[in-house]
Design a protein around this ligand. Structure first.
Ligand SMILES: CC(C)(COP(=O)(O)OP(=O)(O)OC[C@H]1O[C@@H](n2cnc3c(N)ncnc32)[C@H](O)[C@@H]1OP(=O)(O)O)[C@@H](O)C(=O)NCCC(=O)NCCS
Length: 247
């Protein structure tokens, strides 16, 4: 991955998937990789995120209408990178920066409980809170935590996931982070292979043996990508430990 080139122009076509036919070139040129979301994007993003992570999220929040309402209310509009085609969102990667994370309003401290309770009532909110707590992780301050990457099903296998991942890594380098970290469940072999191709290695495995019946998977991998020292802008928050959500 050429970090210098990405830092100069994070929205450029990242290539790397061999020769392309002209239709594919045209499509790739029309897909833009950009930071953040506006209110017009939010419905696309919550649906995309829900479809991609339903298996896990439905454990915490079983009703689709609750999930969508909560995501709409709590997802950070700034802590993500989006893939856009003709003003529609076709991919997103969330991250955590300066104690704010893409899904942090839902899964972090404080706001989360209030939002869950308002939407779901006390009993369902308790269940959701417990499930989210099981997946929470602390993150050292030198590490950018990715908070879920998803590409619309109709647009997968076109290199968009790769471009989002590469842009997130370049963004981390620019901000002066030393590592990028993400979590992937043990059954998501394809996503894990994609991360490995992009330079991530498994640094820890977490087992959920007793909870396999509940989650549908028995382990998750913590994967790291070490970044070369670049002297980035350093405007990440350096002192505190952050908390984030495993995907
Ligand atoms: C994981 C995910 C984000 C990958 O997105 P994607 O856009 O399909 O990823 P890419 O296209 O960059 O790479 C995937 C495959 O396409 C291939 N590819 C890359 N560029 C390509 C191109 N231009 N044309 C055709 N294939 C291409 C890659 O080699 C890779 O091969 P594989 O089939 O062996 O995995 C997507 O599958 C997804 O949203 N899954 C559901 C959510 C999820 O599991 N997220 C990960 C949680 S940790």
């Amino acid at each position: 991955m050429n970090l210098d080139a990405l830092k100069r122009n994070p929205e450029r076509d990242l290539g790397g998937a061999g020769p392309l036919k002209s239709d594919e070139v045209n499509l790739r040129d029309r897909i833009r990789i950009l930071h953040g979301l506006t209110e017009e994007h939010i419905d696309d993003v919550v649906r995309l995120y829900d479809l991609a992570f339903r298996q896990k999220l439905a454990l915490a929040i079983p009703r689709t209408e609750d999930r969508l309402a909560l995501f709409r209310k709590t997802f950070s509009r700034s802590s993500c990178i989006r893939a856009e085609l003709s003003d529609r969102i076709i991919g997103v990667v969330g991250y955590q920066l300066n104690a704010e994370s893409f899904t942090g309003g839902l899964t972090g401290d404080g706001v989360s409980w209030r939002a869950l309770r308002e939407q779901m009532g006390l009993n369902r909110a308790i269940r959701a809170f417990i499930v989210f707590t099981l997946f929470r992780r602390s993150v050292p301050s030198n590490t950018l935590l990715l908070d879920g990457i998803a590409v619309k099903e109709s647009h997968r296998n076109q290199g968009i996931g790769s471009r989002l991942l590469e842009s997130a890594v370049a963004f981390a380098a620019e901000k002066g982070f030393e590592k990028v970290r993400l979590n992937v469940i043990g059954t998501n072999h394809r996503a894990k292979a994609l991360y490995e191709r992009k330079g991530f290695v498994v640094r820890a495995t977490r087992y959920f043996l007793y909870l396999h019946w509940l989650f549908g998977f028995s382990k998750s991998y913590e994967m790291h990508c070490d970044l070369p020292p670049t002297g980035g802008t350093g405007d990440r928050q350096p002192k505190t430990e952050n908390h984030g959500q495993a995907r």
